[in-house]
Design a protein around this ligand. Sequence first.
Ligand SMILES: [Zn+2]
Length: 682
Amino acid sequence: MPVRRRILVTSALYYANGPLHLGHILEAIQTDVWVRFQKLRGHECHYVCADDTHGTPIMLKAQSEGIAPKALILRVHAEHTRDLAEMMIGMDNFGSTHSPENQAICERMYRALREAGFIDRRTISQAYDATAQMFLPDRYVKGTCPICGTADQYGDSCENCGATYSPADLKNPLSVVTGTPPVWRESEHYFFRLSAFEPRLAAWVKSGTVQHSVARKLEEWFSQGLKDWDISRDAPYFGFEIPDAPGKYFYVWFDAPIGYLGSFLQLCARSGLKFDDFLKPDSPAEMHHFIGKDILYFHTLFWPAVLEGAGMRRPTSVHAHGFLTINGQKMSKSRGTFITARRYLDLFKPEYLRYYFAAKLGPGIDDIDMNLDEFAARLNSDIVGKLVNIASRCAGFVTKSAGGRLGESLPDPGLYAAFAAAGESIAAAYESRDTAAAIRDIMALADRANQYIDLCKPWALAKQPGSAAEVQGICTQGLNCFRALMIYLQPVLPDMAAQAQRFFQEAAWTWQSAATPLLGTTIRPYQPLATRLDPKAVAKLVEPEAAEAPPAAAAPAKAAPPSAAPAAAAAPAELISIDDFLRIELRVAKVIEADLVAGADKLLKLRLDVGELGERQVFAGIRSAYDPNSLVGRLIVVVANLAPRKMRFGTSEGMMLAAGPGGNDIFVLSPDSGATPGMRVK
Ligand SMILES: [Zn+2]
């Protein structure tokens, strides 16, 4: 058995000024898969992360909303927490950089750096907005590029010619905050002496802590010489005040990576883990950071230097990944390709995205493209067509003809041995974050299992008398192949793996569980584990998001929007046959409960009794016309075979019928008295 490792893992911080998008989720999934893999291998692995909550953008956004920065970051934290949980990102602690723990450790590290002589004070000249009474970060000054003359460029670089410069070099500079010309003021700032760490950092970078492509990029920075780093900002600023320096605050990028440790401190307080076991300079524990390639400078230069200067250990490794593109293009709000985590979750299961991203992520820093056609095709082919197909073709025979009992031996032990032997190379791929290679190997095994079943044809054999034992054997073989694959896929598909464990009636798996087949035990009746994705539904991911989700699965059922009221007398609808009509299953239902829906001012949530069809939950857009209490006990008519629709507030399992243009004029349809719930309407 390998040595049990102690591992601390982070994914990069989330800036607390907006929603999580699929780029954030790509990284969270990459990290989470690696963490779940380590846990499955039996290692002690702790995954912490935090919202990054400080700096001028947060301060100004809160101001523009008329709320305190703390209120803003609390609201965003609640949204981030919910989205991450629904994506099945199993963080052990999700904190905030604006926590007492983080403040304490920032101060501790800053004091250590100061005592060791790594903090200098220097006077700098900086743009100042006299109207807003604040110093302006470089990106808050805009003007004409001094090199090429392009107007409306940021104070640090020109998007047209690529030149970098300081805001003082811009022609006709203006403050982004008030639109007035800035003045230049002197102020004393605190600098971290990064240059003092240059030789040690260069050696650290070359010792295998970063990918080769990243090391090459860092060479460029080393060849230019490392500059000392301004870690202070003047009030007004949202952040932590620097000890013994009134009116001076830590720059957001100083306390952001320390936020990993602040979050870990919270976990330590809750779990009894010892902080120093992981952070002392000679700690045998590992510390891994997963980041996007845009923040390499902070994580591979500043962060290890700050840790070392403050008397702590450096990271074991920093894993960078490329950017996410959608259909080959950069995510863009104007093109509708800025897909939030929320939008995805409102439409699809998290595991589809987890599988797709895992199948695309390799160990390099190339960009990852999410092509929506490929997304649906890949899920339908791999998960539904290959993986789940193995179980669904075998389980029924075991249940029907063998009383749910798996055979006592395998008819093809060599085939299973190949599945068990593949475990180590698949593990090596996960370990090196080459999940694309792991998935390729797993799907190649799935193909072999399906070929075996195709060859043995248990469905044909089952019709021959006296073949029960043979059919049981073939299906036991198939189900054991499926089980090994689910063990290998558990880091990516934790929920499907849990369902498979229940199906096999097994306790929690370890990676080693795949080494031996499951024989002579009883399985539960098989429940479908995944369903096909409709490519048309997937295309909806990139449609511009409506301000308020339209209650499409809700009454009033009308073709024309209220603004087109005169159109009621316009062209008749297309003619349909009686068969077309009979495809719509209309049923009488009784309203058992009716409630308001927090956050949706058009909707009511109804619980319906539909007789033999059981109870249904339906969201109906009738709140403007009906008090919920007035509906309880009423009989109505519902479309009972409408595909369930997942909405932000829950799933709508049908549509109630109503007439009228909307607003106060909505009229719910009811049957005459004597009808009972569940009656078919024809
Ligand atoms: Zn320029």
